[in-house]
Write a protein of this length. Structure first.
Length: 114
């Protein structure tokens, strides 16, 4: 069974940066639509960034221009560089295929606070 392991979260001040990593136990990311999701307290999980199957990128409006998704197929990994963090970015971040058909990993907590 495929496993997803997210890491790189933490506590950061507003305006700071973090780089999240997601490692998969198998080759499930290459040439497929994969992305990053987040779930803030009391809210539904939402997609924030993804690779489309055609290779282009998509970002949700709240993170556009601040977040950058990347991948390393040789390591079965995707990444999320988050710059200019805001308090509203506080959430647990997850990776998954798009649509999210794989079992969810444990996520990584990102807290933006002064």
């Amino acid at each position: 069974q495929v496993q997803l392991v997210e890491s790189g979260g933490g506590l950061v001040q507003p305006g700071g940066s973090l780089r999240l990593s997601c490692a998969a136990s198998g080759d499930i990311f290459s040439s497929l639509s994969v992305g990053w999701y987040r779930q803030a307290p009391g809210k539904e999980r939402q997609l924030v960034a993804r690779f489309r199957s055609a290779g282009t990128l998509w970002y949700s409006e709240p993170v556009k221009g601040r977040f950058t998704i990347s991948r390393d197929n040789t390591k079965n990994s995707i990444y999320l560089q988050m710059d200019g963090l805001k308090s509203e970015d506080t959430a647990v971040y997850y990776c998954n295929r798009y649509p999210a058909i794989l079992p969810w990993g444990q996520g990584t907590q990102v807290t933006v606070s002064s």
